[in-house]
Design a protein around this ligand. Structure first.
Ligand SMILES: [Zn+2]
Length: 81
């Protein structure tokens, strides 16, 4: 594989599983264990084709109540003061 990190130019990547936070119209979906390739130098994450589309589809399904997420969390929100 001849990939180069867009951010730091490093050529070494490792397979990783990360938490992805999808955000749309002020709503969030947290997806754990998302497969990606991660730059070994700066940590930038690169997702295989299809992964983000699947997350987007899952988000839409949750919004339209076609399915329910196995877990939900309450997130505090405040302004910096
Ligand atoms: Zn990098």
């Amino acid at each position: 594989m001849n990939k180069v990190c867009n951010f730091c130019g490093n050529k070494n990547f490792k397979d990783a599983r990360v938490q992805y936070i999808y955000r749309h119209d002020g709503k969030f979906l947290i997806v754990n264990d998302v497969p990606c390739e991660q730059c070994e130098f700066c940590g930038e994450q690169y997702f295989p084709a299809g992964v983000l589309q699947k997350i987007e589809a899952d988000f839409q399904a949750l919004q339209t109540k076609r399915r329910k997420a196995p877990a939900e969390i309450l997130v505090p929100v405040e302004s910096f003061a």
